[in-house]
Design a protein around this ligand. Structure first.
Ligand code: ADP
Length: 386
């Protein structure tokens, strides 16, 4: 089956056409600047589709030009927030679309954009099966003691304030591949997975299920990220509010100006590592803060899973930055974790072990592929609904 995978943002639309059986990408692309007007502003160069429907026409034209008259079997959507309702990918109908829309308050930037993508497809290809794959779904197995915040119950019951977790599609896919690399059935995998991209999260997996994860109510909680702060004392926000910062000021500072960018002036791990290596003290400090925070989480999650049997690195930084992996592993001596410097330095696109034989547990690098996971889930849901 050929599946069109759609990741619809408020002003962008990322797509891939995948052959699910072969596991290959037939074509992919990114439409940007949706709804930004054409020439209306001071910058006459801005030109983009008027809305998501127009963006979809561009996608359709591009796919046709690349691949000719192929027959798509289904569309799979990356949907950021599935709330408490969605624990699995689902076949989309009007009721499901409205349910995703009702979750808008929990993901005000993402879910409305996802719904625009879904509605554009529904209008263009009314008979096309569409599947929603949720970023939160894999974390629906978190026990209550892991998803509760210690605040008055009314915040949860009236506002849905609890921990949801994100990056679930990636964590689930990487857990499955890690189990395969270790010759285990997926339901016997106990481990800790660190997904380290621009956004970063770490998940505790017990018996193949997520039992804790570092992102919470929003993707802001947890690790030090490219531009996000991760954990901090919530009183800081109150302090800033009293000092005159607006909610928008605080939101923007924590999501766009913090993390590596806030500490080292740059959000790109490669640049920060290079700066640290050439003696930049701020860059070295940023790496120390980020690796220390992650090591603390890994130690905590070792406890959460009742003794991890593997530590796994994935996503842009996890897959590529041998330096950052080494900084983290250096802090994990208490767990008996030891990298093999040669294996860690080797570059490869394949899942692999990078720990020394003497390491207490294996350390793996397992490339993630969220689009592949979405395409496979989409084909499976469509198949089981035939
Ligand atoms: P996103 O969350 O946007 O999908 P990615 O998973 O692509 O992010 O990860 C982006 C991060 O990966 C950036 O910080 C980038 O510096 C880092 N990265 C990518 N390639 C390398 C590399 N070869 N060495 C070190 N870091 C890398």
């Amino acid at each position: 089956m050929l599946v069109l995978v759609i990741n619809s943002g408020s002003s962008s639309l990322k797509y891939q056409v995948r052959d699910v059986a072969a596991g290959t990408v037939l074509t992919e692309g990114l439409i940007e600047k949706i709804g930004m007007g054409n020439g209306g502003g001071g910058d006459g160069e801005i030109e983009g589709p008027r809305d998501h429907a127009e963006a979809l026409e561009l996608v359709d034209a591009a796919i046709h030009q690349e691949l000719g008259g192929l027959e798509l079997g289904a569309v799979g959507h990356r949907v950021v927030h599935g709330g408490e309702r969605f624990a699995e990918p689902v076949l989309i109908d009007n009721e499901i679309t409205r349910a995703i829309e009702r979750l808008n308050p929990l993901a005000p930037l993402h879910n409305p954009a996802n719904v625009l993508g879904i509605r554009a497809i529904t209008r263009k290809w009314p008979d096309m099966p569409q599947v929603a794959v949720f970023d939160t779904a894999f974390h629906r197995t978190l026990p209550e003691h892991a998803w509760r915040y210690a605040v008055p119950d009314e915040l949860y019951t009236n506002h849905g304030i609890r921990r949801y977790g994100f990056h679930g599609t990636s964590h689930e896919y990487v857990a499955r591949r890690s189990a395969a690399l270790l010759d285990l059935p997926p339901e016997e995998f106990d481990g800790v997975i660190a997904h380290l991209g621009n956004g970063a999260s770490v998940t505790a997996i017990r018996g193949g299920q997520s039992v804790d994860t570092s992102m919470g109510f929003t993707p802001l909680e947890g690790l030090v990220m490219g531009t996000r702060s991760g954990d901090l004392d919530p009183s800081i926000l109150v302090f800033l509010g009293r000092a005159g910062w607006t909610p928008e000021d605080i939101d923007s500072m924590l999501n766009r100006e913090s993390g590596l960018k806030g500490l080292a002036g740059n959000n790109d791990m490669r640049t920060v590592v290079e700066a640290a290596e050439s003696g930049d003290a701020k860059a070295a400090m940023a790496l120390a803060v980020a690796s220390y925070r992650l090591a603390k989480y890994i130690g905590g999650y070792h406890v959460a899973v009742g003794g991890a049997k593997a530590l796994v690195f994935t996503a842009g930084i996890g897959e590529n930055s041998s330096q950052f992996r080494a900084l983290v592993a250096d802090r994990l001596g208490a767990l008996g974790i030891e990298l093999d410097a040669g294996l860690n330095a080797k570059r490869s696109r394949e899942p692999r072990v990078i720990s020394a034989p003497s390491s207490a547990i294996p350390v793996l690098v397992v490339p993630t592929d969220e689009e592949r996971a979405i395409a496979e889930a989409t084909a499976a849901v469509v198949g089981s609904n035939r």
